[in-house]
Design a protein around this ligand. Sequence first.
Ligand code: FEO
Length: 395
Amino acid sequence: MPTHRITDSVYSVGALDPALRVFDISMPTPYGTSYNSYLIAGQKLAIVDTVRADFWEDFKYNVECLCDLAAIDYIIINHTEPDHSGSLAKLLDIAPNAQIVCTAAAQKNLRQIMNRDFACITVKDGDTLDLGNLTLEFIVAPMLHWPDTMMTYLQEEKALFSCDMFGAHFCQCEMHDDMTLYYDEYVLQFCEYYEIIMSPFAPFVRSGLEKLEKRVIGTIMPSHGPAITEHTEERLADYAEFARDSRDDEAKTAAVFYCSAHGCTRTLAEAIADGLRRKNVDVFLLDIEGADITALSMVVEQCDAFIMGAPTINSDAPAPVWNLLGALSVPKCRGKIGAVFGSYGWSGEASGYIRSRLEQLKFKVTQESLAICFMPSDEDIEAAHEFAAQIAESI
Ligand code: FEO
């Protein structure tokens, strides 16, 4: 990435990775990503974060374009995930006067990551660092999304180095959000990033946002993707909405998802949805075959109850069910109501397997599963209504 100026005193010096197509083994990155690092050129020099180890040469070149590496006074580490701390040891080799500034939890991690001694200032929430003409304030935000996370606020320029909050896996030459050509694609990646990386930590996002409310924020510089210079209010509002606690909503909600080979499980799903609606539960009823897994996960995360239906095929649940169950995570599911139903022909193992997975995900699965042989009869439909009524009671 070419270096560029973002605010009066801050320059982007990170690296672009346009070829990356999967991040952290799990997240598709159709537009690549960037490993952001920032040089704060005060009377003292500070670097915020480094880049992944294999991008060291790009990073070194960028910093050297702007300053003598040996003159760096501080290296701020907002969190220690290796895509941001991976070049730190090499930087310390040629910036021997630099002191690392990070949380105590990050200091502990860095010892394990670098296996060497280093000069370090550990900071607590609200601590400040004087760069001569500029002041950095540290906002400690554990579990946003690592235990060692903090954000850094440059007071004089109302600029926030937000760590992974407000990030996006997106990559273009000039990493500002004032782009016109690819703005919509960027915003989509911004939303995906929240969903996949940050949403498991929604309560911590809410407390992070509360801390930010005390400050005026003009510019946001995240650890991945464009600096937010033009649409700051919109992106802050997006996060407030993304992280909103759906338990504050009065309406009860349930996702009734299913696969159905011959319509038997579908018939049950429709009866369960009908039963829930009779009890004033808002229902998302969907055949998940071919559906987008990320979108399905978001619905499950936002609902009070998740009711999964599947036939048994070759003594197992079919692949779309496992794809969805594999994409869910404990932090998003813990404590929600879970239940299982399905039609089978002669063995019916699927409902037991799905139930076990829901229990692993820490759903509350108290309801006995509803398993029906072949096409549901009128009595089975009544049983499905009763099954739904009991779920509605437990939400
Ligand atoms: Fe790419 Fe948690 O950082």
